[in-house]
Design a protein around this ligand. Structure first.
Ligand code: ASN
Ligand code: ZN
Ligand code: CA
Length: 334
């Protein structure tokens, strides 16, 4: 049957969280009927199929510790929490009801394969899948990663940015921008909002994040600014131009400390950019993505799309419009 319940999740990355679950008979299910029917499944180290729905007798899920056990609930807690917060972020920030804006939820699968160090969105299953990371004890289920993966579904169902060349970089950046938006939105004291991607999952084995939005080149591969060859890079590196644009638009250039993390964002043209705040920057990116970008949008066209969005939202003589122009110029997109 369907009976909403409030479970307690002991997550790996986000502390103890509240999860909306379903009570079916005397068994709780990791099934959220209040958010489009999102379900969390256990692949138990397989790499195909849907897996089995997580169930529990007392509605207290996970242990808060990493485990390679195929029955482990902790990775499922993080994935379910990520899907829940991402759903709420899109609803409350943009009035968007799920990935397709039709009220229908996706589903998530955890414990994919063995020591699989990645997570991914798949349009064909309309689902997100998470590997367990190295030694099966570093699942790629942190909040920003979950928000990143689910946002690939949103991009697929809106602009449809092709996943190669400059449009691919814009596709990747969109996932980093909204994944970061989710992290700030959740306001979780164990996983505070930042402009770093994957800072919790220790993918490099030395505690460093996967990506940096204030200065993308800190990862050793990403582009801080546009050049004519940026589209030949892997999409996770060409995304740097738009991630850097977004950071500058929201927070401005130079040094700034947010939630205890100090950023130092350069500009390619020596200019100073004063940020308009994350909330307005998110609205501009979302409107550009959902109204003005197409599958073939490149960096030059993204500049036009975000200027159109800023004009529609705040007016063509607004500070917001002028800052969009200045932030693109600061990453060498004119
Ligand atoms: N985790 C990666 C991503 O979402 C998977 C991929 O390369 N598409 O970008
Ligand atoms: Zn991605
Ligand atoms: Ca982050």
């Amino acid at each position: 049957g369907i009976e909403n319940a409030t479970g307690t999740g002991k997550s790996l990355y986000s502390g103890t969280v509240s999860l909306t679950t379903n009570l079916s008979g005397s068994t709780y299910q990791l099934y959220d009927t209040t958010r489009g029917g999102h379900k969390t499944y256990n692949l138990a180290h397989k790499t195909s199929g849907t897996g089995s729905l997580f169930t529990d007798a007392d509605n207290v899920w996970g242990t808060g510790a990493a485990s390679s056990s195929s029955t482990d609930q902790t990775a499922a807690v993080d994935a379910a929490y990520g899907a829940q917060e991402t759903w709420d972020f899109y609803k409350s920030t943009f009035g968007r009801s799920g990935i397709k804006n039709n009220g229908v939820g996706a589903y998530s699968r955890v414990h994919y394969g063995n020591s699989y160090v990645n997570a991914f969105w798949d349009d064909s299953c309309f689902c997100m899948t998470y590997g367990d990371g190295s030694s099966n004890t570093h699942p790629l289920t942190s909040l920003d990663v979950a928000g990143h993966e689910m946002s690939h579904g949103v991009t697929s169902n809106t602009a449809g940015l092709n996943y190669s060349g400059e449009s691919g970089g814009l596709n990747e950046a969109t996932s980093d921008i909204f994944g970061t938006g989710v992290e700030f939105f959740a306001n979780n004291s164990s996983d505070v909002g930042d402009y770093l991607i994957g800072e919790k999952i220790d993918i490099n084995g030395d505690g460093t994040p996967l990506r940096y939005m204030d200065k993308p080149s800190k990862d050793g591969g990403s582009a801080d600014s546009w050049s004519s060859t940026v589209g030949t890079k892997d999409v996770h590196y060409s995304s740097g131009v738009a991630n850097h644009f977004f950071y500058l638009l929201a927070e401005g250039s130079g040094s700034k400390t947010i939630n205890g993390v100090t950023y130092n964002s350069p500009t390619s043209n020596g200019s100073t950019v004063t940020g308009i705040g994350r909330a307005k920057a998110l609205q501009i990116w979302y409107k550009a993505l959902t109204t003005y970008m197409t599958s073939t949008t490149n960096y030059k066209a993204a500049r036009t799309a975000t200027l159109n969005a800023a004009s529609a939202l705040y007016g063509s003589t607004s500070t917001e419009y002028k800052t969009v122009a200045a932030a693109w110029s600061a990453v060498n997109v004119s």
